[in-house]
Ligand binder design. Structure first.
Ligand code: ADP
Ligand code: MG
Length: 390
């Protein structure tokens, strides 16, 4: 990868791809500005280097056509306030609106272009669309780590049309997530949770070649427990993954990797808003109840591994952490990860949200801004957006 600091940006128009896909509340206001703040250093660097910035981003998942509820327009003033620089909005990401907006700004200022996913050519990496994005720009910088696993026009296509550089955020994500796991300080302990094995199978298998201990919680643990013969009653279990879960347990054994599963859990009598709640051993789930969190014994057990770890990787909550009754396991793990003397890496939207709620985010060494992208990188995959920069 080129070094952005070696690029001459003075007087240039720089197409900068950022990940501004922030969560919003019911009124459409920014609910969590982590990604926005993470985009600022590169944006500021390019503006301060004497360039006009043409900022490209996507927002939510429009189906290749304009959807006013998914407009990037309202992020303009927020960005401008953070940067202390003028941000002009362009009502489209290609053509006359971009040219007009660029003509209205000076160097050191920003044009925020409308959602690139309003065009079907973005997802298809259509060459004509990529050309149209590239047309007003002299240089391309990709800082959208959260989109680096996508072969889209503004991620891959632009990199092939213009001199291309990684932004500071993308570079630091890639360097941290690869170098820290290439030759990790041991023991390397991974905590994996979240709803389903099926979405994280790749990363779980890849981690077996790297970790010393794998701690499994969340809904995913239910399927592992089922594969070991436990009756999980009404707990979320992926029936079609039970055999795979069993294979993973056996593979781990043959590789000398210790997989720790929950031994107790917080159970609910049903899936309603207000179920009866009791803590039981996983061998004694009441009939028709479901497990929604790891129990206190499991949380303490997992925490002892985390305390002694040289490196910790955490992805996915230990239970339905969005509900206070089932958040205790995740909170305990968040505390254990944040107080571990090892180097800590956390990725995944729901895990980061849980850390934020507990105010522990600042004690984590590396909080990844990419969910899918960080998982694919941990799997050892070459991400298209990064391959295009090298
Ligand atoms: P991340 O965003 O951190 O990668 P995921 O999206 O994989 O995490 O998983 C988060 C989801 O998993 C949450 O919606 C949570 O409710 C769900 N979940 C976790 N544990 C359980 C469980 N025991 N039963 C049902 N759902 C669960
Ligand atoms: Mg999630």
């Amino acid at each position: 990868m080129n070094d952005l600091r070696s690029a001459n940006l003075n007087g240039k128009t720089v197409a900068l791809r950022c990940d501004l896909n922030v969560p919003t509340d019911s009124l459409g206001n920014v609910a969590d500005d982590t990604r926005l703040l993470a985009a600022l250093p590169t944006l500021e660097y390019i503006a301060a280097a004497g360039a006009k910035v043409l900022l490209f981003a996507h927002f939510k998942r429009p189906k290749g056509s304009t959807d006013p509820t998914m407009s990037l327009q309202r992020l303009g003033p927020v960005l401008s306030a953070h940067l202390g620089r003028r941000v002009e909005f362009a009502t489209d990401c290609i053509g006359a609106p971009v040219i007009d907006a660029l003509s209205r700004i000076h160097v050191g200022e920003v044009v925020l272009a409308e959602n690139v996913r309003f065009h079907p050519g973005e997802l298809e990496n259509d060459p004509t669309f990529a050309q149209a994005l590239a047309a007003p720009a002299d240089v391309y910088v990709n800082d959208a780590f959260g989109a680096a696993h996508r072969s889209h026009a503004s991620v891959v296509g632009l990199a092939n049309l213009l001199p291309a550089y990684p932004g500071f955020l993308l570079r630091s994500e890639v360097e941290t997530l690869t170098s820290r796991l290439e030759d990790p300080k041991r023991p390397l302990v991974a905590v994996i949770g979240g709803a389903k094995i099926s979405t994280k199978l790749g990363v779980v298998c890849a981690l077996l070649d790297k970790v010393d201990t794998l701690l499994v919680g969340g809904g995913m643990a239910n399927t592992f427990l089922a594969s070991q013969g436990h009756n999980m009653q009404q707990s979320l279990v992926e029936a079609q993954m039970v055999t795979q879960a069993c294979d993973i347990m056996n593979l781990a054994k043959s590789k000398g990797v210790h997989i720790a599963l929950p031994t107790d859990g917080v159970m609910g009598s049903d899936t309603s808003e207000d179920p009866l709640i009791e803590t039981h051993q996983v061998t004694r789930i009441p009939v028709a109840w479901a497990m929604f969190d790891i129990g206190p014994i499991t949380a303490d057990h997992f925490s002892t591994y985390l305390a002694e770890a040289g490196t910790v990787v955490w992805n996915g909550p230990m239970g339905m952490a969005e509900r206070p009754a089932f958040a205790k396991g995740t909170i305990k793990i968040a505390q254990a990860v944040s107080t571990s003397s090892g180097y800590s890496i956390v990725g995944g939207g729901d895990s980061v949200a849980a850390l934020k709620k507990t105010g522990l985010l600042d004690s984590i060494d590396h909080v990844s801004t990419g969910g899918g992208a960080s998982l694919e990188l941990l799997e050892g995959k070459l991400l298209p957006g990064i391959a295009a920069l090298t």
